[in-house]
Design a protein around this ligand. Structure first.
Ligand code: HEC
Length: 132
């Protein structure tokens, strides 16, 4: 008998090999299940973003993102421009409705004066509400 066939014939060894591969199979399945749950959670989170907030995001990408951060994590491109996610800590974001209608003026000349129409404003506020 060769050493190989001796090993193969050893029942304990076979059992260990089988259970070892069983463990790693379960482990992989667990990971896959976790990944599927995570993906499901992600698409759910995305589904919760209203069309208004999506339009607000698009508007901000065009007009505001070159200075302000408009997401939950990144710093503002222009460091003195407050990230949009911080605005709600200063005042209820609905309060921006007036200033945005009349043309928002900040104490800082860097920010151009924007006048938004009511639709753009409610879209923007919808976006700000997703960043809380
Ligand atoms: C060229 C850069 C620039 C752009 C583009 C810009 N901002 Fe600003 N924004 C600033 C700066 C700088 C400040 C900080 C002003 C200050 O602290 O006085 C600011 C402040 C603000 C504030 C806070 C005002 C306050 O007093 O609390 C709001 C709200 C705001 N911006 C909204 C917008 C919106 C909406 C857009 C896009 C339509 C926009 N900004 C585009 C530079 C910019």
């Amino acid at each position: 008998m060769t050493a190989w066939s001796q090993r193969k014939a050893d029942p304990l060894h076979c059992f260990l090999l089988a259970s070892a591969s069983g463990v790693s199979y379960n482990h992989v399945m667990q990971k896959i299940a976790g990944l599927i749950a995570m993906l499901a959670g992600l698409s759910q989170a995305q589904a919760q973003v209203s069309p208004a907030a999506q339009r607000g995001l698009q508007f901000s990408q065009t007009n505001c993102v070159r200075c302000h951060s408009i997401d939950k994590v990144s710093p503002s491109t222009l460091s003195i421009a407050p990230p949009f996610r911080d605005l709600h800590q200063r005042y209820p974001v609905e309060n921006l409705q007036g200033p945005l209608t009349e043309g928002i003026r900040t104490g800082h000349p860097t920010m151009p004066e924007f006048r938004l129409d009511p639709g753009q404003i409610s879209d923007l506020i919808a976006l700000l509400n997703t960043l809380k």
